[in-house]
Design a protein. Sequence first.
Length: 269
Amino acid sequence: MPKVVLITGGSSGIGKAMGNYLHKKGYVVYGTSRTPSKYSDSVPFSLLALDVTKPETITKAISELMTSEGRIDVLVNNAGVGITGPIEETPTDEIRKAFETNFYGPLTVIKEILPVMRAQGSGHIINITSIAGYMGLPYRGIYSATKGALELITEAYRMETQQFGIQMTNVAPGDFATNIAAGRYHAPVLDNSPYKKAYGDTLDMMNEHVDGGSDPMQMAKKIQQIIENPNPKIHYKVGAFLQKFSIVLKRILPGKVYERMLMNHYKLK
């Protein structure tokens, strides 16, 4: 029997690539979108209306999926938003919004789906985090914090849910060629800001990295491998070698040496 997979944020970017690939491989795929009618003609799988910041939409979408399929084997918590800016100049409301989508949102989806998987005696929850979640990156500190929080809470959740036959895994992508930069909240580069030049230059560099990023199909293939693995690891990293290696360097280098390496990379003095 093919596995039933639910992918939040499945209408574009990495989520769409994963959904398309898994659909072709024979999985029963459901994606989610805040406005599914806008995207339903562009994907070969079903889209459910769901906004991770609105619990009532999560309850309704999961109820609809259970009515249609009777089970949910895999949840891919993929919905997320980017946010950039000097932390001092980033509006607190925007910081809260980023945490609502990238951290509280996935937790709410997990809380809604765990009773389903517990009743089944099986299930696999895959949280899409980020290599940025392993380090505090300049002018991307809020994003790093949201993804780092999701990484850590997954480690704890995984230990709590193993007794029910439920697996939980983190997958941290690096930069992929998607439209995330277009949907990212950018704190404006203010003319009178003491961060004007450093932030402006870093913003240009970040956008270049995304535009020149890896093919999202790499993520899609990795997700299938993880789904098919009966004993998945806790953490996976997917992306360019140097991005993955930066996590290793952070583990082995003295803190100030690693900080200097990052500042040199971003040309910050």
